[in-house]
Design a protein around this ligand. Sequence first.
Ligand code: IMP
Ligand code: MG
Length: 186
Amino acid sequence: MRQIYAYMDTIQIKDKTFAVSIREEDILKEVSRVAADINRDLAGKNPLFLSVLNGSFMFTADLMKRITIPCEISFVKLASYQGDASTGVVKEMIGLNEDITGRTVVIVEDIVDTGLTMQQLLESLHTRHPQEVHIATLLVKPDKLKVNLNIEYAAMKIPNDFIVGYGLDYDGFGRNYKDIYTVINQ
Ligand code: IMP
Ligand code: MG
């Protein structure tokens, strides 16, 4: 029996093995806490939640089921292209059709790692003159953060290890698992 459990707790994706590190039940407790904070802080502001695909699809679904204040939701993607030497890879936001002028916007992300993606997203949103922009992320890797971000709503802080599951991928695979797995060989 123990053998079977041990087997089920690890997954193989391409060259990497991952072991379960955060169970769905524990993820949902933290997602509920974040939702309660947002319900309290943004009541009366009719926020527009902006879910950043693909990674945040599962977090977005579980979070939004727990948001009880009037709100809207929209989905965006980040398209990467090569910028100049100073900017490196630029990520442009695509898919936002709503007018966000004067709105309260909540970015819903899967993970803030170096924070560079989030920084570019914030810059791109600010050109559209929202009233305020808040960050809600499932995960933060504080040790890797390179930029100064005000992350008000973070479900969980994790060490600097590569993870998959609950929306996050390794080379496109692993997004479908309900638990989060951490790499154990690399
Ligand atoms: P950042 O720009 O360094 O903050 O990177 C953020 C993006 O990198 C996330 O939106 C993810 O797509 C990806 N990423 C960072 N860490 C991980 C991880 O541990 N597993 C899967 N994807 C990750
Ligand atoms: Mg992402």
